[in-house]
Design a protein around this ligand. Structure first.
Ligand SMILES: C[S@@+](CC[C@H](N)C(=O)[O-])C[C@H]1O[C@@H](n2cnc3c(N)ncnc32)[C@H](O)[C@@H]1O
Length: 217
């Protein structure tokens, strides 16, 4: 059976080991779902490399790719669905979820702007199916080297990486947080649902617990 990375290399997604090298990191987290029937939602289709990869790796899943670029519809077919719209618009995201069902896997590979990465997490993590996986890619845009080339900060005073670190403090600190206040209401409400936050090279994978009291799966 082919690994996720082998499939990604064949479909020429930049998530494969010849570029970002995300897929070997994800395989450990996603392999349990390989033959399951579920919805995977990815923001950012570009040239279709990742939706084709997900489609082959998860043959029984419904793969939904979102992009602002009209021509991305040509990558739909089989179990791949593409919807065109701005993923920073909540009504668009809710329409897509209404159409395809609550996702078990969400991949944010869209604009890579801090404000978009954070607000998309705030909107979609509460909706993610319990036991699901939420991925935020290209987190290297949270660092100075990329800020020099483009305004990745957008409207956010805090980088997406630093925001996930704030969330991680609550997940790991748990009851020992004592009188330390969570960074914001999203983190206060949702940290009890986060089983783990795993940082990899340029990416992070969050797992959602099956219930609020349970440990990480
Ligand atoms: C890095 S590429 C996606 C690559 C693809 N996931 C892959 O691995 O092959 C980012 C894509 O996100 C799209 N994008 C950027 N901002 C967006 C937004 N606000 N809503 C939806 N798509 C967006 C761009 O048009 C671009 O095609």
């Amino acid at each position: 059976m082919k690994s996720l990375d082998e499939i990604g290399l064949e479909h020429r997604t930049d998530k494969a080991s010849n570029h970002h090298d995300f897929l070997r990191f994800y395989d450990r987290r996603l392999s349990a779902l390989r033959n399951h029937s579920f919805t995977l939602l990815e923001i950012g289709v570009y040239r279709g490399g990742s939706v084709r990869t997900w489609s082959e790796y998860f043959p029984n899943a419904t793969i939904v790719g979102l992009d602002i670029t009209e021509e991305c519809v040509k990558y739909a077919g089989g179990n791949i669905h593409v919807r065109i719209g701005d993923a920073t618009h909540t009504d668009f995201l809710f329409d897509v979820i209404q159409e395809f069902g609550v996702p078990t896997v969400i991949v944010d590979d869209g604009s890579h702007r801090w404000d978009h990465q954070i607000t998309t997490l705030q909107v979609l993590f509460p909706i993610l199916r319990k036991g699901g996986v939420y991925i935020v890619e290209d987190l290297d845009t949270s660092f100075n080297g990329h800020l020099k080339s483009a305004p990745f900060d957008g409207l956010s005073p805090i980088s997406a990486f630093d925001y996930l670190v704030k969330l991680s403090r609550c997940v790991t600190g748990d009851n020992a947080l004592d009188d330390e206040r969570p960074h914001d209401l999203f983190i206060a409400d949702n940290a009890p649902w986060v089983g783990s936050v795993e940082f990899g090279r340029r990416t992070a994978v969050l797992s959602k617990k099956t219930d609020r009291q349970a440990g990480s799966f």
